[in-house]
Design a protein around this ligand. Sequence first.
Ligand code: FES
Length: 147
Amino acid sequence: MGSNDNPDFTKGFPVDDLQNGRMIQGKVGDDDVILARHADEFFAVGAGCTHYHAPLAEGLLVGDELRCPLHHACFSLRTGMARCAPAFDAIARWRVEQIGDRVFVREKLPALAQYPEANTKQPARPPSSVVIVGGGAAGLAASAQRL
Ligand code: FES
């Protein structure tokens, strides 16, 4: 097992070494992964922001949300989905197993659809066209919502 500075989560991480509201970066194979604890649940997600790849371990853990240190995108620990811009793509997730006093991270989970509600809820009369003014982050976010 690696040191606590870069632990190999496939070999287990001591439950007592990660308190609620804390996170630690480690490895699962070649992937950099964050192990986070919230309300006595453990989550394992990708360590790089999907916007400009900032190290999420240097960000904030607020409830079940991970916030990027650079431009403050927010990601759900449960789903990996981006909850706030400027990131649009989800971060990867891994299955977490607690066995005795250790937490193991081994299996990468399939990605979820990024905007499941936007993809399934259609307005009664969808607009025939939409004009988005501006090509910045807000314009990109509006187009990603599939109005
Ligand atoms: S790098 Fe994370 S929000 Fe920009």
